[in-house]
Design a protein around this ligand. Sequence first.
Ligand SMILES: [Zn+2]
Ligand SMILES: [Zn+2]
Length: 385
Amino acid sequence: MVARAPSTIRAAVLREPGDVRVEEVLLDPPGAGEVLVRVAAAGVCHSDVHLADGSLGEGRWPMVLGHEGAGVVEEVGDGVTHVVPGDDVVLCWVPSCRECAACRAGRPTLCTVAATHSLAGTMPDGTTRLHLPDGTPLQHGLMTACFAERVVVPAAGAIPLPGGLPLWQAALLGCGVMTGFGAVGNVARVAAGESVVVIGLGGVGLQVLAAAKLAGAAPLVAVDRDPAKLALALERGADAAVDTSADGHPVRTLRTLTGGGADHAFEVVGLPETMLLAWKSLRPGAMAVVIGIAAKGAELRLPALELSTDKGIRGSFYGSGDPARDLPGLARLAADGALDLAGVVTQLDALDGVVDALDRLRRGEGVRTVLVLDPERAGTEPAAV
Ligand SMILES: [Zn+2]
Ligand SMILES: [Zn+2]
């Protein structure tokens, strides 16, 4: 068999921290157990900023960035049966192996095989399908690398979508929606009538809010230091907003608003001080769920005596469920109109807009930029918002 030549695609490459450029790279054809997807749209997430700035540790470059996306299957490798060319798919950035101890224990988002290769920026066989024209291997960002015209992903990284959902909206399912809805439904299991505090109303925080609203949470309190984000949260169903840039006593305010302490608090920022605020906003016996990703080395200090009130705090990674099970359900919710995705997209841009989109996230401006790589398949032009 003659090895097929790689194709040339445009992609956003992190050459080194602080240096992201859109350039031509080479993409190998899919191997056995892999899928080639033409990317229609990709959301720009805060984790892309962490990677672009090098704050998740050494050695994670050069890399093609992007892990929240949707597109159309163009080709499948040997042994792939769950999708065929022409299928719409959402990309899943933890393509679990289904065989390691974590997977067998029903915790596929903690798959140790996926974690190892995600950290190394490789496919499950330890190699890469991406190269610079001079042959330098490029890492696959979170095993996805979807700030690119095409991606090759492990079969488990391409989840088929039901019809009726434009791909520029479906892209958001792959990270922000899965993460936010999973934390509410799989971890906190918010019930109707329970009070919920959401700290940080960016792309993921707004999905926590949406999931809590659908679960019937009340009151639903949004906390941020940006009045524009709080205004959007109020529009999207929050009962109250607390602006920490203006309120000198946010703990007192939150305890008042929740009648003595919240039943659930979600931290979606990634800073020790906001994690502590989540903890302090709780009633005895309640649990804080930390979704935000802290910088490497950051430490969280808690008043240890308060553990004697049965309070808890735990992390949630990528929704803590099973994306292969959860993503099609979330897609149906959006296709049926129960979950509005369009309203959280604050900017649509072409692939070349990625550098500006990362800068907006660094400045805390706007919520979600979606890069439109294929307007026809995405269902929108780049400048439509
Ligand atoms: Zn993300
Ligand atoms: Zn596994």
